[in-house]
Ligand binder design. Structure first.
Ligand SMILES: [Zn+2]
Length: 224
């Protein structure tokens, strides 16, 4: 989803979950220094949902509304939750002739355990990597309990090394997942302190390796 599509999704979602719409509308547009504004929050949500199509995100909203999915634990986990459901919807829709999964001994398997045949692996983004180096990475909780996102706390999909990753790698000038350079993360875990600390530790060890792909990673990530 691009920003326009995200806005359309958010309107749709808040037309169903009305109290969320009220909450967003009441977020301050220009809060004092260091606090998250309304646009900080919606921009962050937009980034989390950028790999979902508008159609799938709306379908995810409908599944939530129908009680077919577990309710998000908190407002902060809503975008990660919608992203996860949308990914599952996309996976379920894959036409049979393109489906890479095949049963072995009656059990569904995937060709690539790394990306589950999606071709992309969700990792901490190149900007987050850079922010760790620059010392500007982090999320904190305000006294009133609201989580404030530093703009560098987000993820991005990195093309997998398998065949399913080929078309994505083409779009990102040959960029490929390498466990020595990228740290996978679940979108809804990105606010967890433990997860962030593990990432910071990872960057300390991975930075040298990552430097070689830094430029490609950062420039192709901004294309979104
Ligand atoms: Zn793969």
């Amino acid at each position: 989803m691009d920003k326009h599509e995200f806005k359309e999704w958010l309107l749709y979602h808040t037309s169903i979950f009305r109290s969320l719409g009220t909450w967003i509308a009441e977020l301050p547009p220009n809060p004092p220094d260091g606090m998250a504004s309304r646009s900080d929050t919606t921009d962050f949500w937009c980034r989390i949902l950028r790999d979902a199509s508008l159609e799938d995100a709306k379908a995810a909203t409908e599944r939530l509304a129908a009680g077919l999915e577990p309710e998000p634990r908190s407002r902060d986990s809503i975008p990660g939750c919608v992203a996860r459901i949308a990914r599952q919807i996309a996976r379920d829709r894959a036409p049979p002739q393109l489906a890479l999964t095949r049963p072995i001994d009656g059990e569904a398997t995937v060709r690539c355990a790394q990306c589950e045949d999606l071709g992309m692996i969700y990792c901490w983004s190149a900007f987050s990597m850079q922010a760790v180096i620059d010392g500007t990475f982090g999320t904190r909780r305000r006294a009133d309990g609201v989580i404030v996102h530093n703009q560098h706390v987000y993820g991005a999909s990195v093309p997998c090394t398998c065949e399913a990753g080929d078309p994505w790698a083409k779009k990102r000038r040959g960029l490929r997942f390498d466990p020595k350079k990228w740290k996978p993360v679940l979108p809804y875990r990105m606010d967890e302190r433990k997860e962030q600390e593990a990432f910071v530790e990872f960057v300390d060890g991975a930075y040298e390796e990552w430097l070689g792909t830094r430029e490609t990673a950062i420039s192709t990530e901004s294309d979104f």
